[in-house]
Ligand binder design. Structure first.
Ligand SMILES: CC(C)(COP(=O)(O)OP(=O)(O)OC[C@H]1O[C@@H](n2cnc3c(N)ncnc32)[C@H](O)[C@@H]1OP(=O)(O)O)[C@@H](O)C(=O)NCCC(=O)NCCS
Length: 153
């Protein structure tokens, strides 16, 4: 058995020093990844960057944006080599805790219509679909709809 499978990552803050690791993970995790510019902007523009680290190594991350009492989950990613161990759920729970601590009453997100894994995670974590943003995401085959989801905190 892989001993890493028994370890539990810790949650901390993202910093500018994580930029290269973030970019590499974006490319491993997504067909259409955020660019270095997107990541840099998010790190510098007051978004909340949460890191999921295993013994110091970045294995996942989330970007959040607070708008009044709404927290918007802009990005939630677990490195493909570490997926399916419950760490996405762990990070999502940490995101909810952070949003509550900042006084937010709801957590909102968009997810690709075809992202069944993420949809299952969100549904099982109390999110409900509240709308569809047509042709929201770029994809290899034109564009793809986004399901807008909300969870009250
Ligand atoms: C979506 C993502 C964050 C989930 O993280 P993860 O660590 O793999 O997920 P977990 O192990 O915590 O599992 C959480 C839930 O996800 C779903 N899930 C996990 N693996 C799955 C699989 N292979 N097939 C379908 N659903 C799956 C299940 O609902 C699971 O809950 P359960 O264990 O109670 O059945 C991760 O797969 C990821 O980073 N994917 C690529 C990037 C992405 O799509 N991010 C979301 C953008 S909106």
């Amino acid at each position: 058995m892989n001993i890493n499978a028994l370890k539990i990552p810790s949650i901390s803050e993202l910093s500018q020093d994580d930029l290269d690791a973030l970019l590499a993970m974006e490319h491993r995790a997504y067909a259409v990844p955020w660019t270095r510019g997107n990541l840099n902007e998010s790190l510098q523009n007051g978004h909340i960057g949460m890191a999921c680290r295993l013994e110091g190594e970045l294995v996942g991350y989330a970007f959040l944006m607070c708008v009044l009492d709404e927290m918007h989950l802009l990005n939630l990613t677990i490195d493909p080599g570490f997926q399916g161990r419950g760490w996405g759920r762990l990070l999502l729970e940490a995101v909810k805790d952070r949003a509550r601590a900042l006084g937010c009453t709801q957590l909102l997100l968009e997810v690709r219509h075809g992202n069944t894994r993420a949809l299952a995670l969100y549904r099982n974590s109390g999110f409900k679909p509240i709308g569809v943003s047509q042709q929201y995401y770029p994809s290899f085959h034109g564009r793809e709809d986004a399901i807008v989801m909300r969870s009250f905190l």
